[in-house]
Design a protein around this ligand. Structure first.
Ligand code: GDP
Length: 478
């Protein structure tokens, strides 16, 4: 109440559970004689680690050049939808993953490493096995810059498309070197020269045109040109990136995938950035911790240790971390657990703060009273276009008053995706699923963003809930 009074004097009509922006916070602090510093989540994490005498930036700066050795480049495949990203990752995996006693059957663990004979040496390349720039951007948003080289896939029968441009913008803004794979050259009417010409407009000029970007013609389907592409990746990496790390230190890295496996518990795919990860290491991954009980490579073989750029599946963590969470080997189990606990607490506080701002069918009434919401934004997802349309038209018939609007900002057929949740985050919307469920990942994202998802299998139930919410949403008339 005291703060609200101060805010009122400052001309800010705030209510008890309203969120303030950064500037208002600072002004409020100044008003009360405090210097307010706004901390990013990364800063906060840095502070947590410092309490345990861990300073990752200082470690990196103190790294002696003599200790650094070349490590394999980490590669992400990006490009427009249907241009062959998945096919290419499959082709590379099948052509190149080392055969092991397990029969060389590779599983999807989120990343894999291939070996290639390059200039008479055996060289490794690590591929992130989730194509597209969404995963790339999401990882970066969490502070994980793991990609050294991006392969931009462009189908020669389709040319440069919107997501091609998006992907290359993302890569370029992250300072990641690009190798262009001109795919589908087996298709009749394929025009690889046109792709080269189109991309010059975006600053990607092929070597044969006097530029410094490598273009390789491939067919992911017929698996031709794959070796040339891998060589181009190594060439670009050697010339432009020259990635290095110190294998002789406790490991640091990033979780690229994580899931809960019945029987095995939390299964985390970790990419080692520097140092060497060993079985038995006390580890903290995001807010999860534990001792590395066992490690496996992409062929399911047991691994005792993993050096820089090596992706491995690890068992033994207390919980399932999120993709993009960083991991560090701690000095002992206790420290690992304490760091994890502090992160968990920070995460919980952040989620709570976010959730307070989000709209849900249950809190609409309150949100409206506070004046933070005038519109109920909905996203509809259903199992068939017919049902989505039926739901939409029924919803649009729901009676609304002058004070409240109902808006369907997005509709679609199929499972609820991360994209839907992101959209809901931006537009403060509630997601309604009709005969569809979200993937586990999507549920996690929605939870952490505080987005409400409601699921129905009969239309009238959905209508009823929205009607009730809207009724509750009516502002009291004085
Ligand atoms: P993504 O959306 O970029 O991951 O694309 P996909 O890898 O799923 O490929 C989209 C479609 O293009 C699939 O039907 C593939 O079989 C096909 N495709 C991919 N690469 C090639 C290629 O080199 N030649 C031909 N003819 N088809 C391809």
């Amino acid at each position: 109440a005291a703060l609200i009074t101060v805010l009122f004097r400052m001309g800010e009509m705030a209510t008890m559970n309203q969120s303030l922006d950064e500037d208002t916070f600072k002004l409020l602090g100044a008003e009360l004689g405090y210097d307010v510093q706004v901390m990013s989540a990364e800063d906060e994490d840095r502070e947590i680690l410092e309490q345990f005498d861990i300073d990752l930036d200082a470690e990196e700066a103190a790294e002696d050049d003599e200790n650094l050795v070349a490590r394999p480049p980490v590669v992400t495949v990006m490009g427009h939808v249907d241009h062959g990203k998945t096919k290419l990752l499959d082709a590379i995996r099948h052509a190149r993953v080392l055969e092991t006693e397990h029969g060389g059957i590779t599983q999807h663990i989120g990343a894999y490493q291939v070996h290639i004979d390059y200039e008479d040496t055996d060289r490794a390349i690590t591929f992130i096995d989730t194509p597209g720039h969404e995963a790339f951007t999401q990882m970066r948003a969490r502070g994980a810059d793991i990609t050294d080289v991006a392969i931009l896939v462009v189908a020669a029968d389709d040319g440069v498309m919107p997501q091609t441009v998006e992907a290359l913008n993302h890569a370029q803004s992250a300072g990641v070197k690009i190798v262009v794979a001109v795919n589908k050259i087996d298709v009749e009417g394929a025009n690889p020269a046109k792709v080269r010409a189109q991309l010059t407009e975006y600053g990607l000029v092929a070597e044969e045109y006097g530029g410094d970007t490598m273009f390789v013609d491939i067919s992911a389907k017929q698996r031709t040109g794959i070796d040339d592409l891998l060589e181009a990746v190594l060439y670009t990496s050697d010339a432009e990136v020259d990635p290095k790390a110190n294998p002789d230190r406790p490991a640091r890295g990033v979780a690229i995938e994580a899931k809960l496996d019945q029987g095995r518990g939390a299964v985390v795919t970790a990419l080692v950035e520097t140092g060497t990860l060993r079985v038995g290491d006390p580890l903290v991954v995001g807010a999860a911790h534990g001792r590395v009980r066992a490690m496996f490579d992409e062929s399911g073989a047991n691994v005792e240790e993993a050096g820089p750029s090596r992706p491995v599946q690890i068992l033994g963590m207390s919980a399932v971390p999120s993709a993009g969470d960083s991991f560090i080997v701690a000095s002992d189990d206790r420290t690992a657990r304490q760091i994890a606990d502090k992160r968990e607490a920070a995460k919980r506080a952040a989620t709570l703060a976010k959730r307070r701002k989000r709209v849900s069918l249950e809190n609409l009434n309150e949100a409206l009273k506070e004046g933070t919401v005038q519109t109920l934004n909905l996203i509809l997802k259903g199992d068939a276009s017919g049902s989505v349309e039926a739901l939409e038209s029924s919803l649009l018939e729901v009676e609304v008053s002058d004070e409240v609007q109902l808006q369907i900002i997005h509709r679609g057929v199929g499972a609820i995706t991360q994209n839907d949740v992101n959209l809901a985050t931006v537009d403060n919307a509630v997601i309604i699923g009709f005969n569809v469920r979200p993937a586990e990942r999507v549920q996690e994202l929605a939870d952490s963003e505080g987005i409400e998802m409601k699921f129905y299998s009969v239309i009238y139930k959905a209508i009823e809930d929205v009607e009730d919410a809207l009724k509750g949403m009516l502002k009291p008339i004085y």
